[in-house]
Design a protein around this ligand. Structure first.
Ligand code: AKG
Ligand code: FE2
Length: 300
């Protein structure tokens, strides 16, 4: 089977933004929200995240605990996790992640003003470890094409919107693969799933294995995520485009809908947001609704 690519312009929508609070120069025909909801990646090639002279020392895998690999920050509670260093280092790292969070929030408010009142703030992460060559189980291996779905953090259908910025100081890109459209993914992987059990979902929630109740939607997405990653032939032969996001660039993507894999790269910032389906410009484009159409039943 020959592997197909799409024209990269069908996948990336490029916007010229050089400051986190604007202005935005674009010759896009539609709006940024339209492109995103349609499954495109908003690519901002000239929007970087500047580190101060003191912060560049954090560009080292030694700053994150070995098991987690990423430093994580929760803006609503101001809690920093998985960071290593002196009390002073931790305070400075926290301030750096907080600043990234504020920039990412300003950016989504600028580009996606219709979401401003409905966005929920998720975690901010700093990823100082090289991602190529890690040995992980298929399920945890983000070098395999997947749509995001997290075993312990069900969304109930809420969208997962993420902002990424490559801050690599040595000119190294963040090498991604971008896969086929979600409609195709849904057709390929939503058949013959293990049955959903509300009783099991309740149990998982009661014992704290999930942070919220795992709905039929979450069950479906998690199974699709795992099946995509486990399928070697799919990984090899599915339609996909390689793209390297250079240092000093930012991209925004609905990772619950866009099939993606991160192959190589080091030093990245990321901010996660959640958006209720009803806050979308067109809720019919949510994975929840697409899956319901493909599977012919309600999932929420
Ligand atoms: O670290 C990256 O470049 C992206 C990994 C990934 O799949 C994700 O964050 O959803
Ligand atoms: Fe992912």
């Amino acid at each position: 089977m020959t592997r197909h690519e799409r024209d990269i312009g069908e996948i990336l929508e490029t916007l010229d933004v050089i400051a986190w609070d604007g202005p935005v120069l674009t010759n896009m025909s539609g709006s940024p929200v339209d492109a995103l909801e349609d499954g495109k990646v908003l690519y901002l090639p000239r929007l970087g995240f500047g580190l101060s002279a003191g912060e560049t020392r954090f560009l080292s895998p030694a700053m994150a605990d070995a098991a987690a690999k990423n430093v994580s920050y929760h803006p609503p509670s101001d809690a920093l996790k998985h960071a290593l260093g002196s009390a002073e280092d931790l305070a400075a790292m926290k301030a750096m992640l907080r600043r990234y969070h504020e920039h990412a929030l300003a950016l989504v408010r600028l580009l996606l003003p219709q979401y401003a009142d409905s966005l929920e703030i998720g975690r901010t992460s700093f990823r100082p470890a090289e991602i190529a060559g890690r040995r992980l189980s298929a399920k945890r291996d983000d070098t395999r094409l997947h749509v995001d779905a997290f075993p312990s953090a069900p969304t109930g259908g809420k969208r997962i919107l993420r902002v990424f910025t490559n801050v690599n100081p040595d000119g190294k890109g963040r090498d991604w693969r971008l896969g086929e459209r979600f409609e195709e993914v849904a057709l390929a992987f939503s058949g013959k799933l293990p049955p959903y059990s509300r009783a099991r979902a309740r149990f998982l929630n009661t014992i704290g294995a999930t942070k919220a109740f795992r709905t039929a939607y979450d069950h479906t997405m998690l199974n699709i995520h795992d099946r995509m990653k486990a399928d070697d032939e799919y990984q090899r032969a599915a339609e996909q485009n390689a793209f390297s996001f250079p240092p000093g660039s930012t991209w925004i993507v609905y990772t619950d809908r866009v099939s993606h894999a991160a192959m190589a790269g080091q030093h990245l910032f990321e901010q996660t947001f959640y958006l209720p389906v009803k806050a979308m410009a067109d809720p019919a484009r949510a994975p929840l609704r697409i899956l319901e159409r493909v599977m012919g039943r309600a999932l929420a």
